[in-house]
Structures are given as C-alpha cells and as structure tokens.
Design a protein around this ligand. Structure first.
Ligand SMILES: [Zn+2]
Length: 283
C-alpha cells in the first residue's frame, strides 16, 4: 500500500496580499502548501481580510493553507492582559483561517512565565476549550506546536502534549504541529538511528492516531537538547537530511503537509530546501 503523498511547502511572506503575494512566492520556490500570518506576528492588531484575496486562496483547494498565530500568544501567561489578548488573537486567527479555507491554525503551547505549571494548565482548560468549541464544522483545526524548551515552557517534549489533550478534552478540532527543530532542541534526538521513529511513536502514543496534522520541517543550528530555537536550512544543520526521509516514511505523517520555516528569502535557499524535501519524499 502506498501512502498519500505529503505536500511540501513553506511559510510564505504575504506582501501584496495573502493570495497575490503568498501564491507568487509559493510558485517561485515550488511550494505545494503554504503557511501564512494573518496579522503582524509580533503585535496584537487584528486586521480585517480583503475579500477578493481571501476568496482566491479559498478557491485553491489544491494548495493546503495553514495560519500561524502571532508569537505573542501565550495562554499560560499570568498577566490578565496577555491572556485576554491571546484569546482575542487566536479567535481572530481561527476566523481569518476559515475565511481563507485554512485547514489549521498553529498556536505555540506557551509558557507559565512566573506562575506554576498547574495554574497555567488550568488556564488552558478554561480559555482554550471554549475557542475549540466555537470552531464551526468547516473551520480550521487548532494545532498545538510544542516548543524548544526554554523559559518555563508548558510543552517541549511530545509527551507534554498529553496534559494539553486532557485539559482540552480530546476535542475533535484539536491537532498537533510537529516542529523538527523544536523537538530536537527539546531533547528528541531525531539524528540518532531510529530517533524519528521513537519520537513519532511517542507522539502517537501520547495523543492518539490522526492528531498529527502538520510538520514544520526545519533543521537546527544547535545541538540536541540545547533548548535553543534557531532554525537552519534543510541538511545544513545538526539534524541533517536523512531524518527527514525517515519522517516521510513514518505512518503518522501519511499525507500530511511539510512546511519549512528556514532562514533566507526566495528563491534560494527556500527553493533548495523544498527540492531536498521533495527528493527525500520521492526517493
Ligand atoms: Zn515551527
């Protein structure tokens, strides 16, 4: 039995419009799937979409689209204002995602900052579960992305997703975005023989089958367990090329998109990163 092919693509800049700018960039680098920001990633503004641009992306059902929520979002924050803005921002990302036909909205699992893990996780239940319940049938999934492991992160190792799924009652709209650089930095040695299988097996054992919806394919500038989140171009970092081939072969990734968030601008090195991944996928 052959598994469905994984679309390979990139996080794309959207200057000029989500469809006009994003799809142009995708064509330049050979991307078959894209991830976009629908707001300033380092701000709290909640911009409206442009209906014609939204419609053009929605109509491109051949290109799976994902939204990455802004970086400031942190549902574990002890600061009431940050928490309130996080809720409003993810609600906005989900609504904008639905408008552009996105399959998922990626959200970082966040940090407890100065409060306890248990206090932060209680907030996950109280504030994220209602957001999941608001998502209409045809809306995007909410995808949790574990982090590299610095600064009281609530989830770095894939096993840390277990309490999130429990707090969020295994909601059907809940999924996972697996970032290879973050996982490596958190201590999953993807570069070791069998490392990819061990990690993805652990992910599936933790959250169940069918929850992994997206891979962020990034090499790492830093060593395994460094807790540093510095992405590198595919094959140029400490993970190397071959673990990405193993990722494509694991049953948990069957058919799911791989998106690069690697350094540089189009066409090189992004076209090269995508070409390497397609070769590893098809080889
Ligand atoms: Zn990522």
């Amino acid at each position: 039995m052959t598994s469905p092919k994984n679309p390979v693509g990139a996080h794309v800049p959207v200057a000029g419009g989500l469809a006009t700018g994003g799809l142009k960039y995708a064509a330049e680098i050979g991307a078959e799937t894209i991830q976009v920001f629908v707001a300033n990633p380092r701000g709290w503004a909640l911009p409206e979409g442009r209906p014609a641009e939204d419609a053009r992306l929605r109509e491109r059902t051949d290109v799976p689209v994902y939204v990455h929520a802004p970086y400031l979002v942190n549902f574990g924050s002890p600061t009431a204002e940050t928490l309130a803005k996080s809720i409003a921002t993810v609600r906005h990302s989900l609504a904008r995602g639905r408008a552009i036909g996105a399959r998922g909205v990626v959200v970082h699992t966040g940090s407890s900052v100065t409060q306890t893990y248990d206090e932060a996780m209680a907030q996950i239940h109280e504030h994220v579960l209602p957001l999941l319940e608001e998502i209409p049938e045809d809306g995007p999934d909410l995808l949790l992305e574990p982090m590299a492991g610095q600064n009281n992160m609530l989830c770095a190792k894939v096993q840390g997703l277990g309490p999130f799924f429990d707090k969020l009652e295994h909601h059907p709209k809940l999924g996972v975005c697996f970032d290879t650089c973050h996982a490596f930095a958190a201590g999953h040695d993807l570069a070791a023989p069998g490392g990819v299988k061990e990690t993805l097996d652990a992910l599936v054992a933790t959250v169940g089958e069918g929850r992994l919806k997206l891979v962020h394919a990034n090499d790492s500038k830093d060593a395994c367990a460094s807790a540093k989140d510095r992405h590198e171009n595919i094959g140029a970092g400490r993970i190397g090329e071959s673990p990405f081939a193993d990722l494509f072969r694991h049953p948990a990734t069957a058919g799911i998109p791989f998106i690069i968030e690697t350094p540089g601008r189009a066409p090189e090195p992004h076209a090269k990163d995508i070409a390497i991944l397609k070769r590893l996928r098809d080889g």
